[in-house]
Design a protein around this ligand. Sequence first.
Ligand code: FMN
Length: 168
Amino acid sequence: MKLAVIYDSKTDNTKKCADWIIEGMSKVAGVEAKGFNISAVDEAFVKECAGVVMGCPTYAALMTADMRTWLLTSAGKIGLAGKLGGAFATEQYTHGGATLVIQSILTNQMVFGMLCYSGGGSKGKPVIHLGPVGVNGNAEEFNGLENYKDNFLAYGERFAAKAAELFA
Ligand SMILES: Cc1cc2nc3c(=O)[nH]c(=O)nc-3n(C[C@H](O)[C@H](O)[C@H](O)COP(=O)(O)O)c2cc1C
């Protein structure tokens, strides 16, 4: 079963979180998970995927303009309808708006006809309400992103397990 993580990332924080999700997904037997920047999506691979997770940095408490453009101009062409969907985001500040980014991506996924899944509270702790958030904490002059690694690993594994349950 193929899974994809598609993300925008300018300074690699969101890419790092995508890599952790892929690492978590890969713990589920039979999963082939790959990550793609929105500028280099392997459309043939994504079309064969059972699920697609999308991630984005938070810009002014919203998704980036590039992510929104990709969703509006490219994402509709890669056969997303009926696939399992999920979303994640990174931000610099706690309460910097990442949850709004996730919610907005999930809304776009619903418009494409995807089946959105976060695991929510159904898997116990860590409870991942809408999707995982990574706070890089650059404002405090330390890189705090690693503190969120376990949430991304858990999310990836849960997402892959649900996709396998539904589609494998
Ligand atoms: C133009 C711009 C706007 C940003 N706006 C926010 C914001 O509203 N809230 C926040 O917490 N971080 C904000 N950030 C910080 C980024 O969301 C954060 O550093 C993110 O992890 C960058 O992801 P990347 O390394 O994948 O590009 C902003 C960064 C830039 C460059």
